[in-house]
Structures are given as C-alpha cells and as structure tokens.
Design a protein around this ligand. Structure first.
Ligand SMILES: Cc1ncc(COP(=O)(O)O)c(C=O)c1O
Length: 426
C-alpha cells in the first residue's frame, strides 16, 4: 500500500522517466494487477498466462513481437523502481557518507540475487548497463598482443563485433570468423566450424549464445569445453539469454559472459552484467577506471565502478528477477519454446524459408524466416500502422519474430492473419 503523497510523486516520476502519460501511472497504485497464483497454472495454463499478460503496460490491442530488441518492464518492476526513487531521493541515508550512487560500491543486495539467478557467485558478477558495455570491457580489456586472434561467428551483433574491430584497427589484434549455416542442423555442425577455424594464434572465442541475426542458440557448453581443451578463453555474448532460458554459468563452464536483462528478463532499460571467472579476472584490464581499478581483491566489483549511476534501476532489476523466480524460469522457457514452435510451424506452412534450426536445442524464443519477395520494412510499417503489430527483421526479406511468455495464442493468430492478408494484397 502506498500513501497519497508517494503516489503523486510516483506519477510525476513515472511520466518524466518513462515519457508516458501520467494517467498510466495510476495503474501503479493499489489497483495494479497481481501475479496470478500457481494453482491457477495447475488448473488452467492459458488463464494463468492471460493474467500474467495484464502485468504488462503494452495495450491489450497491441501485439509486440520484438522483445528481442528490448523487453517491456511490467508493473512489479516499475513499482520497485518508483519506490526506490521515492526512498533514495530523500537523501536521508543513515550514514552521512552514504549516497545512492551505483558505480562506487559492491551493491551485493542486487548482485547476490542476480548471481544466484544465473548460476554464478557475487564476486564473478559486475553490474553494468548492457551487453554492449560488457562486451567492450572484454574486447578492450582482455590482454592480447598484435597478431593474436579472436574467433567469432558471422552473426555477431555490432555491440559484440565492433569493440573487437576497434581493437583490431587500433592495436593489431586479428578478427577471424566462422559461418553459421542458415539454418544449422545440429550442434556438431557449429562445433566443427569453430574447431576448423581455430589457429595457433587464437586466444579467445567470442560468440553470441543466442545470435541477433537468426536467434540460433549456439552450443555454448561444448564451445567452452573445446576452447578450454586448447588453452583458449571462451567469452559469450548472452544479451538475449537472461530471462529467455534457464542459465547456469558455472555449469556452462565459460570464462566470460555478458548479458542485457532488459530484453527477456523484462528488467529496466540499462540493466546489464559482465561475468568473469576468477581464473581470468587478472587477464582483464579495466576499461573505465576510477578508484579501485588496481585492486584485484575487489574481484569483479572493480568492473562495475563506473562513476555515478542509477540505483533505482538496480531495484527494478532485482524485482524482475523476483518476478521470473515467482513465475518459474522453467515455465517461462517452456512457454517461450511453445509459442516459438507454433510460430515457426505456421510460417513454414505458409512457405517461409526457415533460418531457425530444425534441432530444438538450437532454438528458443526467436523465430527467423526468409519471406521473399516481401520487403521486410514495407511489411514492418504496414503491420504497425494498419494492425498495431510490431515486428522486426533484416534486409531484404528476413523476419525476426520474438515470442515472449506474455504473448497469448490469439496474438500469434492476429499476426498470422495479418501476414496472410498482406500477402494477398501484394
Ligand atoms: C547478441 C546481442 N548482443 C548485444 C546486443 C546489444 O544489446 P544492448 O543494446 O542491450 O547492449 C544485442 C541486441 O539485440 C544482441 O542481440
């Protein structure tokens, strides 16, 4: 229960921060929908998900199929952010030396739940703002000399590849790539390509766990093991993974990992983390340096010292973890897979060329299809302007369709009907 004063503040803060109408913030009060009970899930799965859908601010008549670019923070996450603003902005911390500044402290109350959620330890996690930032820490900071090679796929996001291209241009490291088949048919097919591309100069394998281009889930555990067997460091860009699939970094056995929980975990924008296994931490230089950069005893904390930043976003990140735990990651992943499988089956039925793997272990919540001669941007604009459906793709005819757990089967039907209509018209 919040009092009237804090509600008024919340509304204004919400409008300012999220750029939305203050009226929407009224939903943040006592009337905000609650997470349905687990017993409803046991009784009626679809009713459960329909109730979960109500936690999201996305209007009921909009279909959002682009969670892969960025998620949408639901009520419990926004509530935690506003509460944190209300509390921290009073500047009434018990200790006169204590200020709400993320960027100068351990922030274990946020690192601990995140570490547990991703199967790691607090001292291996640095809170940063997104995968791009974490990827830059790796590409800029990993100890290498000119001529040393980094091996990546041909499907890296610019936020993963470009930090390495900068390092290559400025310091002479060499970027090598292997090709991911369209689509890959088995994990072995990918592993063989990586194995063939390794040379005596390969120092680090840096690849997406789930690629931005086609949503393929690469066999990261096997890649990490292959790398280790050859004395090569493994680093994965897991921007999409946190909140889409269950994640256990210790079990995976990688050396470095990055992610953007503001995608599939529905955390506030500007939530990211860098994971660094203790054994490689001393091979990583800081990119942003302030007090503590030369203190190895800080462990991963030294990578999250970025100067003054935004604590309430961390409260939102923690709330997003709590929400995912309350729903259950297993359930969430299952839902992502179920919706994506249906989308893939329906699109292939319509003659679309699938770039999503036929092997279920290589796909999860993103479906990618090629639909020539349709021009994806024409379709994207038409879908949004005429049908209130948001999709995304790539030139000239690729569609990338994200299926987050809060979609309802009717949303997929709406997209499919709209797709059929567009094809009939063009
Ligand atoms: C694999 C991958 N890496 C990095 C990014 C960049 O994410 P962010 O903007 O959150 O850093 C994306 C975004 O789609 C991505 O798909």
């Amino acid at each position: 229960m919040i009092d009237r004063r804090s509600f008024v503040f919340s509304s204004a803060a919400f409008a300012a921060i999220a750029g939305m109408q203050p009226a929407l913030a009224t939903e943040q009060t006592e009337t905000a929908p609650a997470l349905p009970s687990a017993t409803l899930y046991a009784r009626d799965e679809e009713a459960y998900w329909a109730a979960v859908r109500k936690l999201f601010l996305i209007p009921a008549d909009e279909v959002y199929l682009n969670n892969g670019t960025v998620g949408s923070s639901p009520h419990p996450v926004l509530r935690a952010i506003f509460d944190a603003f209300n509390q921290t902005e009073q500047m009434a911390q018990a200790d006169p030396e204590d200020y709400p500044i993320w960027g100068y402290g351990p922030w274990n109350e946020y690192r601990d739940p995140l570490a547990k959620f991703v199967g790691a330890d607090r001292d291996e996690i640095a809170l940063v703002r997104n995968a791009t930032e974490a990827n830059n820490y790796i590409a800029n900071g990993f100890d290498m000399k000119p001529g040393d090679e980094v091996l990546m796929s041909d499907q890296e996001h610019p936020g993963g590849e470009q930090p390495w291209q900068l390092r290559a241009k400025r310091y002479g490291v060499v970027v090598k790539k292997y090709q991911i088949p369209l689509p890959p048919k088995s994990p072995a097919e990918i592993l063989n390509r990586i194995n063939d591309a390794i040379t005596p100069h390969t120092r680090i394998i840096f690849v997406s766990h789930i690629t931005t281009v086609t949503g393929v889930v690469q066999p990261v555990k096997e890649i990490a093991s292959l790398a280790r067997s050859k004395g090569i460091v493994s680093a994965f860009d897991g921007a999409h993974v946190t909140g889409m699939m269950s994640l256990n970094l210790h079990d995976m056995g990688c050396d470095l990992y990055t992610s953007s929980p503001h995608k599939w975990l529905q955390a506030p924008k500007g939530s990211g983390f860098l994971y660094a296994r203790p054994e490689v931490q001393d091979r990583l230089w800081n990119t942003i340096a302030t007090e503590g950069w030369e203190e190895p005893q800080l462990k991963a904390e030294r990578f999250q010292r970025i100067g003054s930043s935004n604590v309430p976003m961390l409260a939102g990140l923690r709330a997003a973890i709590e929400l995912a735990n309350n729903i259950g990651m297993e359930r969430i992943e299952q839902r992502h897979r179920k919706l994506a499988d249906r989308m893939l089956a329906e699109m292939t039925k319509r003659g679309a060329e699938s770039w999503t793997s036929p092997d279920a272990s290589l796909r999860c919540g993103i479906v990618t299809v090629n639909v020539p001669p349709i021009k994806r941007m024409d379709l994207e604009n038409w879908m949004w302007q005429q049908k209130k459906i948001r999709i995304r793709g790539g030139e000239p005819s690729k569609l990338r369709l994200s299926t987050p757990y809060y979609l309802l089967p009717g949303d997929i039907d709406r997209f499919l009907d709209a797709f059929d209509e567009y094809r009939r018209r063009t």
